[in-house]
Structures are given as structure tokens and as C-alpha cells.
Design a protein around this ligand. Structure first.
Ligand code: GFB
Length: 327
């Protein structure tokens, strides 16, 4: 059943992360007063008994499952057991507990990486499981596919109102900026910023792969808006548009990694030449999502990439030590 009253108990799993923090900001801005959040130290979602106890005690009416083990292409390729194992445990525990305590609607955050490496572009929800996955993130992808399938199984077997959103590549505040394990957009923002600050405006910046893959980028606040939009949809309308309970969320536009790097370089005010380290993987050649279903419901992304990049860079700068402060 769709979200109505502002005092409904809404549990945001993963509230400190890129998606979860945007969802909490959005819910608070819209006047929701009964938000449930727990840090990983307070509630390890991989611990089934702890999750069951939490749900039994607090009985949330709505759940946004944005907690996951996440990372960029290198992290996924290096730690597949963590990406597959942790995410299977987290989502299975939360979905089972949500069913047990009669959650009215659960929104599960899947990912565009679960689609086949060479899926037709733009990728429709029906393309799931129609071809081999991109090897670098197969662990994460299989976990997310299992989560989507488990949501669908709970609906089929018990009629649970569990919906899956498949967002494209995301960016925004509270993302990881770790140069090795983060996603491409925050990694490039940090690389151009640090090269300019530490080595001068024309110091070269090394990027991974060939720069030819294409990616679509959605600002995290737009995804948070989509989550709330979906929470508010009448059940009949939601499952009329998405019979399989799955909805892609994206902007409908993509660009090459090279074009992204040049856009970020301009926003940072850098003149760094680009150096491409082809020993690093390119990953999927393209992951543009078909967003017809969300559009049919009346939702569109609002934040153009240059605007989102400028907002993210301002957020990043506000959290940097002044140059030389560590001296
Ligand atoms: O965002 P990203 O790490 O992951 O990489 P995916 C996107 C593209 O950016 C790849 C290139 O072609 C990288 O080679 N790239 C260039 C870089 N320079 C860099 C850099 O400094 N750092 C990074 N990280 N990439 C992820 C999945 O795939 O998509 C996750 O691994 C998740 O599981 C996420 O699904 C949405 O976009 O290739």
C-alpha cells in the first residue's frame, strides 16, 4: 500500500550512504516525522537474528533498502565474494523480516549493472537475464538480480508490495571518493582537484581504460525523489506499469568517460592533460537505461549533469582541508 501519512514509520536502510542520505534528506524536507535509521555498528544487516529483532521491535510500515556493499569497477573486480556474499545476506535478511512484520511497501535498490554486458541499448527491464553479465561486477550483479527475484517471489507467494528500482550510475554527496575503490565520477573529481592543488593546473591526470565506454549519471537527489514518488504510487497503477515490479531510474542520456573527464576538468578549473591507463578495465561498453516505465508514471529526472557536478564539487570543496592546513 502506498505511503500516505507523514507520521508513517519509514525505515531507511543505509541512511549514511550516497542513496540513503539523499532519501533521508528528501523525507525530512517533505515533513516525514517518523524515520527509522541505524548505523552499521548499531545494526549489521548481515546478521539475520539482529535484523529480525529490529523489525519485531520497531515494525516499520515502509522500507527503503539502500544498504549494500558498493564500489567501482576495481573494487568489484577485486572483492567479488564480499560484493556477492554481503549483498545477498543484507537483502535476504531485510526482505524476509519485512515480510514477517507486514511492511506495507518496500523499495529495493537494485542496479543497472545487473543487465547483460551487451544488452540492447537503451536497456529495458525485460532485458534482465537475457545474456552474459559484465565479468568485473558479476558478484554485485548476481546479488542484485537475486534481490529483484526475491522481491518478485514474495509478491507472487504472499502478495507483498515489494518493488525494485534499477538506477543507473549514481553520484552525489556522501559518496566514496577513494581513488582506488570508488566509482568513476567521484574518482575523477578528486583526481583533477588534487592534481590542480598539489601539482599545478597542467599536471597530467591518469584515468583508467580507454575512455570510450559510455555511462549515464543520475544525481542522488533525483533518485531519492524517484524513491518517494514510487512509495506514493497506488499499488494497482504501479504493478500495471511494472508487472514484474521493476523500474529503471535514469536520465535517458549518456556520454563517454572521456567526455565526462573533460566536463569535470572544466568544472574543477584544471588544464590537466588526460593520460589513459589501459591496463585497467573498461567494464561494460554502455549501460543506458530505458526509462519509459517511470515516465509512464509521470516521473523524470530533473538535474542536468553539469549542474549536479557543480553542486557535488561545491560539497566536496566545503569538506577539504585548506591547502597547507596539514603542514
Ligand atoms: O564507475 P565505474 O568504476 O564502474 O567505472 P562501472 C566506469 C568507467 O570509468 C570504466 C572508467 O570504464 C572505468 O574504466 N574509469 C576511468 C574509472 N577512470 C576511472 C577511475 O579513476 N575510477 C573508476 N572507478 N573508473 C559499476 C559497477 O560499473 O557500476 C558497480 O562496478 C555498480 O557494481 C556501478 O553497479 C553502478 O560503471 O563500470
Amino acid at each position: 500500500m502506498h505511503l500516505g501519512s507523514k507520521d508513517a514509520a519509514v525505515y531507511v536502510a543505509g541512511h549514511r550512504g550516497l542513496v540513503g542520505s539523499a532519501v533521508v534528506r528528501k523525507l525530512e524536507a517533505e515533513g516525514f516525522t517518523n524515520l527509522l535509521v541505524r548505523t552499521r555498528a548499531e545494526l549489521d544487516l548481515r546478521d539475520q537474528a539482529a535484523v529480525e529483532t529490529f523489525f519485531d521491535e520497531h515494525r516499520p510500515a515502509y522500507v527503503i533498502l539502500a544498504a549494500a556493499k558498493v564500489g567501482g569497477i576495481l573494487a568489484n573486480d577485486t572483492f567479488p565474494a564480499d560484493f556477492l556474499g554481503d549483498n545477498l545476506a543484507i537483502q535476504t535478511n531485510v526482505l524476509r523480516a519485512a515480510h514477517r512484520c507486514g511492511v506495507r511497501r518496500l523499495v529495493f535498490l537494485a542496479s543497472s549493472c545487473m543487465y547483460p554486458k551487451h544488452a540492447p541499448q537503451p536497456i529495458r527491464e525485460e532485458h534482465l537475464l537475457t545474456g552474459p553479465l559484465e565479468p568485473t561486477n558479476e558478484g554485485y550483479a548476481v546479488a542484485k538480480i537475486a534481490g529483484v527475484k526475491l522481491c518478485r517471489a514474495f509478491r507472487k507467494q504472499y502478495g507483498d508490495d515489494f518493488v525494485s528500482l534499477a538506477p543507473t550510475n549514481l553520484y552525489g554527496p556522501n559518496d566514496s571518493f577513494d581513488p582506488e575503490t570508488s566509482h568513476v565520477l567521484p574518482a575523477l573529481l578528486r583526481k583533477f582537484h588534487e592534481a590542480r592543488r598539489e601539482d599545478g593546473p597542467d599536471a597530467p591526470v591518469t584515468l583508467w581504460g580507454s575512455g570510450t565506454p559510455r555511462r549515464e549519471f543520475l544525481f542522488s537527489e533525483d533518485l531519492a525523489d524517484a524513491c518517494l514518488f514510487v512509495l506514493r504510487q497506488p499499488e494497482a497503477r504501479l504493478f500495471e506499469v511494472a508487472p514484474d515490479g521493476m523500474l529503471n531510474v535514469g536520465t535517458g542520456q549518456d556520454l563517454t568517460i572521456r567526455a565526462l573527464a573533460e566536463m569535470i576538468r572544466g568544472i574543477v578549473g584544471s588544464e590537466s592533460p588526460l593520460v589513459w591507463d589501459r591496463s585497467k578495465p573498461d567494464g561494460a561498453p554502455r549501460k543506458l537505461l530505458d526509462v519509459s516505465r517511470m515516465r509512464a508514471l509521470g516521473w523524470r529526472a530533473k538535474t542536468p549533469l553539469p549542474d549536479g557536478l557543480r553542486r557535488l564539487y561545491a560539497w566536496y570543496l566545503a569538506r577539504q582541508e585548506p591547502a597547507g592546513a596539514g603542514a
